[in-house]
Write a protein that binds this ligand. Sequence first.
Ligand SMILES: Cc1ncc(COP(=O)(O)O)c(C=O)c1O
Ligand SMILES: [Zn+2]
Length: 423
Amino acid sequence: MSASVVSNPAATFRAGAFGNATALVCRECSATRELGPFYACDECFGPLEIRYDFPAVTRETIEAGPKNIWRYQSLLPVPTDIASSPNTEPGFTRLVKADNLARELGLRSLHVKDDSGNPTHSFKDRVVAIALSAARELDAKVFACPSTGNLANAVAAAGARAGIRTVVFIPHDLEPAKIQMTAVYGGALVAVRGSYDDVNRLASEIAGEEEGWAFVNVNVRPYYAEGSKTLAFEVAEQLGWRIPEQVVIPVASGSQLTKVDKGFQELIELGLVEDTPYTLFGAQAEGCSPVSQAFKAGHDVVRPVKPDTIAKSLAIGNPADGPYVLDIARRTGGAVEDVTDDEVREAILLLARTEGIFAETAGGVTVGTLKKLVDSGRLDPDRETVVFNTGDGLKTLDAVAGRVAPTATIDPSYPDFLSTGLV
Ligand SMILES: Cc1ncc(COP(=O)(O)O)c(C=O)c1O
Ligand SMILES: [Zn+2]
């Protein structure tokens, strides 16, 4: 029998614990149920999503809010006083006008949404901030996750700041930087001899056995996932309250792409942006491309794979939201594409050289995929495009090691400098 994320499941939550959220709704069969520590549909085991009764929201009230994701508090399942409880205050990262990269790729208009600027240097701080709020409201005792690396960093940091016990599970062979960047925050870090999919299975088992454990991306996943909507909200706001025509988004579990779509839909529904057409593209590494393979084969289901790629942050072989990514890519006229590890490395260097942005391998995947989509004519070079960089290159230095080095190494003498040929 499964245990509960709340210590006392019969407890009632304080009024407004989940903001304007009103219920949980099944993505498969639309069955609804009350808000609480639930993540799978009782009728069909489909994933549950948050439903809201939004008040009137204006651009002005949002713009008057804090310069972080809490400016969108009324569109998230968090209480009105969320900004005052200890959290890492992620979001409102740069939207960089990427004219040099656009020129290089032959695009009319390109922006990079650079989420490496978050507190632990990836977009995961967004989703973790919402999960932390849910864990608090559900009175969870432990804040936990299985992670491909970035989520581990974000959970450990947010837990430290909030004063809640954290237990983070990772595959043992992650990049050293991601292991150290988790361990420094002082919580428990469990390295598991296995793949991410093994770690995820273990986490689900523990979540079912242990009372009071909030696994951010397992049993509080409906709340956690809503954090990715803030990427959509920010991009639209930063473009002057407009939805971009094309967006290239990395796909691991597929949650982020799914929620960027939900975010755009909610902005339209609320009248905050015009209802203009947009196309979403998913990006994967060839060595872990189950969603891209299903897209190309015309399948509705995603067959799990065993990952083998340098893009470890995206190395989820059995992606929970894969089928929804396929639906959205097809519905919006987009695609899901993949690139080789060499293309990932080249794309990291291309973005760094043209825009001064050092991306982790996930950013190499999106920029590499963008290039491939342009070259093959599937992404329209005349439509306004946004490409996501969701993590920081300092976390995956090995990806470019051997490709970059000092131009010259010299003694501190002027003749030596002249001998380099730099003047
Ligand atoms: C840097 C980075 N970008 C993108 C993703 C994709 O996230 P999702 O599981 O929501 O598809 C991840 C997932 O771990 C990540 O670490
Ligand atoms: Zn259902």
